[in-house]
Design a protein around this ligand. Structure first.
Ligand SMILES: [Zn+2]
Ligand SMILES: [Zn+2]
Length: 257
């Protein structure tokens, strides 16, 4: 059994065939999917999806790309939404200085505000960080994010950065990128991660792993990522499935009612 810890099932790419996408995930052994909203409207659609499927859970928050579009009132309404029993984490939040779709000062402000909210709600935080590792680590430390911990989603840094995140209470989520030929750096990191520090994700509809690279990604494909992690670490796929599922259930408190 596998967990896809990060997908965007509310996106328009899944509008036409979501029930079939979810069925294919189940057939591929993906027992649980965490689906992530990126702005208030997306979070409401995300919750509707989780209400329709028992093994799909929600992550709500404002993506750094959308930081400039939302105000304090939006954050308040999301906070109210987060009391829903299907919400298991707050995110994805963080800093994206690669695409810079919102000004960096606003990204920083929303990031800090949302760590505070997650701590109030006692929800783990899901971190999106691109070209901003040092700033992300500093903010997580200053805002005492270890009180809730969480996930560094779609990890792409070096081994030293991964170690810093582990030290401050986060686990590392490995995307389908690990199947790409050029991802030698990521494979070196994955080789060295402690077993309790790894979880898996698709980030569907983005970043489809080989052999589906360039096409729409979907939760069933997390299996290819699990296979690549197993090969990289010299482990059996069943072992990788067992530890990553156990880690995901712990981080998202899925066994607690
Ligand atoms: Zn992201
Ligand atoms: Zn995402």
């Amino acid at each position: 059994m596998l967990v896809d810890t990060h997908a965007h099932l509310d996106m328009s790419e899944f509008e036409a065939d979501l029930p079939r996408v979810i069925q294919r995930a189940e057939e591929a052994g993906v027992s649980t999917i965490m689906t992530v909203g990126t702005d208030p409207a997306s979070c409401r659609r995300t919750l509707e999806i989780t209400e329709a499927f028992p093994n799909i859970f929600a992550i709500v928050g404002v993506h750094p790309h959308n930081a400039a579009e939302v105000g304090e009132r939006d954050l308040d309404s999301l906070k109210a939404l987060a009391h829903h029993e299907k919400v298991k984490a707050w995110g994805e939040i963080g800093l994206d200085f690669y695409r810079n779709l919102s000004p960096s000062a606003i990204q920083n402000e929303r990031f800090r505000q949302q760590i505070t909210i997650a701590k109030e709600l006692k929800l783990p935080v899901i971190i999106h960080s691109r070209s901003a590792a040092q700033e992300t680590i500093t903010t997580l430390q200053e805002e005492r994010a270890w009180e809730v911990g969480g996930v560094i989603h779609c990890f792409s840094g070096d081994a030293k950065t991964a170690t810093r995140y582990l030290e401050i209470g986060f686990v590392i989520s490995i995307p389908g990128v690990i199947t790409f030929k050029k991802a030698q750096g990521l494979r070196e990191v994955v080789k060295r991660l402690p077993p309790e520090g790894i979880i898996l994700e698709t980030d569907a509809p983005f970043l489809a792993p080989e052999p589906h690279r360039g096409k729409r990604n979907e939760p069933a494909y997390v299996r290819f990522t699990a296979e690549a992690v197993a090969e990289t670490r010299g482990q059996d796929i069943s072992e990788v499935a067992a530890i990553t599922t156990k880690n995901a259930r712990r981080v998202f408190n899925l066994d607690k009612r």
